[in-house]
Design a protein around this ligand. Sequence first.
Ligand code: 5GP
Length: 304
Amino acid sequence: MPRLTPPPVDRAAAARAAVAARRGRAAVKNAVASRTRSALDVAETAWAGEPTSPEGSLRVRELLTSIPGIGPTRVARIMTELGIAESKRVGGLGVRQRRILGDWLAAREAKGRLRSRLVVLAGPTAVGKGTVSTYIRENYPDVHLSVSATTRAPRPGEVDGVHYYFVDDAEFDRMIRDRELLEYATVHNSYRYGTPRPPLDAALTEGRSVLLEIDLQGARLVRAAMPEAVLVFLLPPTWDELVRRLIGRGTEDAAEQHRRLETAKVELAAQDEFDARVVNHDVAEAAREVVELMTAPDSGRTRA
Ligand code: 5GP
């Protein structure tokens, strides 16, 4: 008569083995979640070894869920797209499914490597560059927002070191002399603004995306110095809306408003020089589009 349950000794050994296997799989998932190991490496290890190894016995669904940034809903969608059944284990995939999953993981990793990039956000005066970059600072903490140096005085509520480094002319001259600025320009024929280089280099080295919110002259200088930078032009929904926003801000006198509108006309004419254009209908939506340009592999060059 067939025995339905293993004898007690076997059962204890099987239970211990099951616990060890679960621990092994948990360690693999943690390594992927903390980016110490890539999901592709896990899959390749599974396919080179035994299906009973921690990598081989891991479900595809669990492997994908442990990749940072992919939630369960997306995992379900991805598995449907790849044609892999919900219950499949990595080591149990057939040749064709291994190739499909391997290609998908490799493409995702290649995209991840392009993630760290320098994005320059420019656009006409009062279009809302500052509001969009503030929104990004508050809602996308992974993005490093460059803090410019300027010789203009702080406006009410502006904090030194957060919105700008407020410096005098002598200090700005020193920064130029010591080559501390990636670019600098005199904006609206009045004050000088520049991008400090050391914090930007440090963030890029750490693999973070960096956002510069600067004027058109600065954008051109960055393009010359760092051709890999993605230049994004922020557009107002309409010209009238731009005028309304500028007047509505109430921080400039009439002569200054006139000067800034003249600058804005010239700046709007330059939008074709940019890699991408984003219309600022809604701050959160515009911010999301800018951040997406940092993470998309090539769309930064084609989006308009
Ligand atoms: P605001 O005085 O209104 O803060 O800024 C005036 C202009 O200076 C804006 O168009 C802003 O994008 C630009 N700006 C701010 N920081 C920099 C910078 O570091 N370099 C350059 N070239 N322009 C900047």
